[in-house]
Write a protein that binds this ligand. Structure first.
Ligand code: MG
Length: 273
């Protein structure tokens, strides 16, 4: 286990200084035989990125907010909230609509009810958590590559995120992952995913880090961390990601070789967008 704090010498000009402190170790050129092999880290969001789950997720989330928090019909555009993670949203909903701070028991009760509602939904309609087309084949392709590591970074609670991966039959149980519990900010969650991937792969740095997500908050997070970004959105939502700074937005993963090229070439979003 690597202690918290800076552990990565990220090779992006705009990467936060916190990730670059071990760069000093590389000031003396490393003999070729001692150099680490190339390893790129691809970090997937879950809802709307791996799984077509955003609609049912939002519906269950809003119902849990009504039942557990007594918050009815709030602004449901999560891009308008400071932290788009389950913990961050519950806290902000209580702040805005109930005028108080969230307590640990609020989060726990909400998490339990939200999971139960998701379980009810999938029990009624198992197809609700369908994988985005092509993702199974793309994950197989990525697993065959020695130069690519895969991790997960989601704003969802760990228990609900893992349930969704099971329902979508995605083989990602053992991959490094970070959840709402690592937040509330998406930056904290992605940074935790990078740290866990470093531990899992025995690396102190990655040649490139690319995040793939479907939310405006995913674009903003990639811009603020200075990591490459690929948007995943249907045609009607792609414009939203592009306006937020995403250079590349794909609808699905069906053309796996082309998607892989796109991922490896992805650049960080413009933070001024
Ligand atoms: Mg998402």
């Amino acid at each position: 286990m690597i202690d918290g704090g800076p552990i990565f010498a990220c090779r992006f000009p705009s990467a936060p200084a916190a990730w670059c402190t071990i760069a000093a170790r590389h000031e003396t050129p490393t003999p070729y035989s001692e150099q680490e092999a190339t390893l790129n880290l691809v970090i997937f969001d879950i809802d709307g990125t791996l799984i077509e789950s955003t609609a049912v997720d939002d519906a269950c989330f809003l119902r849990a907010a009504e039942e557990v928090l007594d918050v009815r019909s709030p602004d449901a555009d999560w891009a308008n909230y400071p932290h788009c993670s389950d913990t961050g949203l519950v806290s902000e909903l209580l702040r805005r609509y109930a005028g108080r701070e969230a307590r640990a028991e609020d989060i726990e009760q909400f998490r339990r009810r939200f999971l139960a509602l998701l379980e009810d939904a999938v029990g009624t309609q198992p197809s609700l958590f369908g994988p985005i087309p092509g993702i199974h084949r793309l994950l197989e392709l990525l697993a065959q590559r020695d130069d690519i590591a895969v991790a997960l970074a989601t704003g969802g609670f760990e228990v609900t995120a893992r349930a969704k991966l099971e329902w979508a039959n995605l083989p990602l149980r053992a991959h490094p992952a970070a959840f709402s519990e690592d937040g509330p900010s998406r930056e904290s969650i992605v940074t935790a995913a990078v740290r866990r991937a470093g531990e899992a792969y025995g690396r102190t740095d990655f040649d490139r880090i690319i995040s793939i997500g479907d939310g405006v908050w995913d674009v903003r997070t990639a811009a603020s961390l200075g990591v490459g970004f690929v948007g995943r959105a249907n045609a009607e939502d792609a414009g939203r990601l592009r306006r937020a700074g995403a250079e590349v937005v794909i609808a699905d993963y069906l053309d796996e070789p082309e998607v892989l090229r796109t991922i490896l070439a992805a650049r960080a979003p413009d933070p001024r967008a």
